[in-house]
Write a protein that binds this ligand. Structure first.
Ligand code: SAM
Ligand code: SF4
Length: 324
């Protein structure tokens, strides 16, 4: 439990800051972070952190990045993590473009849930937002459904003037494939210019778009996974839509249950706060797990009450380097 009485049992692990896409809102133009020699944690180091975290009561873990599927040893890593005592769930966050090949081996390794980014169905718009190929992402989504994942969720980041026209097609796609769609407010996570009043599209705006097509019915008490989404059902289409409004929802942080491990070995207690504790030095030099445990406990104590996005927050490193 943290200093504010929240149970924190969910660790999101950024396994790489590399990515094969270039999303407008995630990676600042010209980002050169990964031109440096890779300073990623090794698989052994990640396994050690998860073992210690599971011993402390962490139960849910997510492989993310950057794009986790560009890491070559991702299947072996997933397998090593799913067999650690105390680990109940390993989820995956991915842009989906490599899932067609990897969904089945990751399922075999024990991964059971996948969140796949899908900001647009229109191929040209998808390419404009991400730099990638929507056909690959869709093939990845199909492959994860076919592989038998218990939950495959679609994630869409809202941008005014960019993809609000995609919301209804995405909802219909979600209904057709019986997959939950989550719409996410843009956060200031790439560079200061990414989030402006002009391009911010709130979850209230998104609800208005859906309401022009269908009736939104609150699914009270509906929890799908471990995240902060509030779910609604579109009555006629049947789509389940989750709204994640970190910027406009009051008390958004009250139920926060997570911390992050960055690809370069920092523990970040809150996505929207610059505070980080260095775990890598400990992993390199401490022979016993006690020191690792101490850093995790210190991070839990340092977890702030709420994020600082609504103040003068300016990202010190891009989302891709923190882990989404
Ligand atoms: N590459 C994977 C993917 O795209 O899903 C995993 C990492 S990505 C950083 C994790 C999630 O963070 C994605 O759903 C992405 O859309 C979201 N994200 C990235 N930058 C964001 C921003 N500035 N505001 C809100 N969400 C963002
Ligand atoms: Fe890559 Fe995911 Fe960031 Fe897009 S959101 S640039 S796919 S890490």
């Amino acid at each position: 439990m943290d200093s504010f009485g929240r149970t924190v049992d969910y660790l999101r692990i950024s396994v790489t800051d590399r990515c094969n896409e270039r999303c407008l809102y995630c990676m600042p133009e010209g980002y050169k972070g990964w031109k440096n020699t890779p300073d990623h944690l090794t698989s052994e180091q990640i396994v050690r952190v998860v073992r210690v975290a599971a011993g402390l009561g962490f139960r849910k873990f997510r492989l993310t990045g950057g794009e986790p599927l560009v890491r070559r040893d991702i299947v072996e890593l997933a397998l090593a993590l799913t067999t650690i005592p105390g680990v109940e769930r390993i989820g995956l966050s991915t842009n989906g473009t490599r899932l067609a090949a990897l969904a089945a081996p990751l399922f075999e390794a024990g991964v059971r849930t996948a969140n796949v980014s899908l900001d647009a169905l229109d191929a040209a718009l998808y390419r404009r937002i991400t730099g990638g190929d929507v056909a690959q992402a869709l093939a990845g989504i199909r492959a994860s459904v076919a592989a038998g994942y218990e939950r495959v969720k679609l994630n869409c980041v809202l941008m005014r003037g960019v993809n609000e026209g995609e919301l209804w097609p995405l909802a219909r796609f979600a209904a057709e494939h019986d997959l939950p769609l989550r719409v996410i407010e843009l956060m200031p996570l790439s560079s200061s210019e990414v989030l402006t009043e002009a391009n911010f599209f709130s979850i209230a705006d998104a609800k208005r778009v859906f309401a022009t097509h269908d009736e939104l019915v609150a699914e009270a008490g509906h929890h799908l996974g471990w995240g902060p989404a509030k779910y609604f059902r579109l009555r006629r289409t049947g789509a389940l839509v989750g709204f994640i409004g970190a910027m406009t929802t009051e008390h958004f942080c009250e139920t926060c249950n997570k911390m992050r491990l960055t690809a370069d070995g920092k523990i970040r207690p809150c996505l929207g706060d610059h505070g980080e504790l260095d775990l890598r030095a400990t992993l390199r030099h401490a022979p016993t797990d006690d020191a690792v445990r101490d850093v995790l406990k210190a991070a839990l104590r340092a977890k702030p009450k709420e994020h600082s996005f609504n103040g003068q927050y300016s990202p010190c490193r891009p989302m891709t380097a923190i882990g989404g």
